[in-house]
Design a protein around this ligand. Structure first.
Ligand code: NAG
Ligand code: NAG
Ligand code: NAG
Ligand code: NAG
Ligand code: CU
Length: 151
């Protein structure tokens, strides 16, 4: 009888633990690590995509873009405008550094700096965000995001 109660107690604790783990999983990622959010990053246009390759981004994680206010911005773009470094109709522009962006859905997010020439010199980042429940296996589909050289 005692054993039964103990088993139930263990199951309850395990279930609560699993729920709490899921709830506390959200992470902050500092874009470019100590390099921050700059134009002409080392290695050029591949710098931020190489940085992103090292991580798995999950829904509710946060990207932190470090830059001095007034030197850069973070524009959130559509894929088409990202590929052309086109800032005509950004989805959103964050002008104050450091800028925090919540990855509040799964799928691709596209970021670039809107200052003249910065996107073309490699200050652009795309990330794929997976839903937290699929985090057991890495997302298979490598998206065709190799950007053509900007005009
Ligand atoms: C990504 O990971 C590779 C291999 O672990 C490492 O050499 C590289 O410095 C990392 N790049 C960034 C931008 O963190
Ligand atoms: C993300 O955060 C929102 C608001 O806190 C919450 O309702 C939602 O369940 C979270 N989603 C995941 C996948 O953790
Ligand atoms: C830039 O984006 C705007 C709005 O999405 C679009 O109307 C325009 O045609 C684009 N310009 C180029 C050169 O692609
Ligand atoms: C995510 O956040 C952005 C910016 O705050 C907001 O415009 C958008 O509606 C949000 N998306 C979802 C799925 O909550
Ligand atoms: Cu910039």
């Amino acid at each position: 009888m005692m054993a039964k109660i103990e088993k139930v107690a263990i199951l309850v604790v395990a279930a609560l633990g699993a729920i709490m783990l899921q709830m506390t999983e959200a992470e902050d990622f500092t874009v470019g690590d100590s390099t921050g959010w700059i134009n002409n990053p080392p290695g050029g246009a591949s710098f931020y995509s190489n940085w992103a390759k090292n991580f798995t981004f999950k829904v509710n994680d946060t990207l932190v873009f470090n830059f001095p206010t007034g030197r850069h911005v973070v524009a959130i773009l559509s894929q088409a405008n990202f590929e052309k470094c086109n800032f005509t109709k950004p989805i959103q522009v964050l002008s104050t550094g450091p800028a925090r962006v919540a990855l509040n859905r799964s799928g691709e997010f596209y970021f670039a700096c809107a200052f003249t020439g910065h996107c073309n010199s490699g200050q652009k980042l795309s990330v794929n965000v997976v839903s937290a429940s699929t985090s057991t296996s890495p997302s298979p589909a490598p998206s065709p995001t190799a950007s053509p050289p900007c005009q």
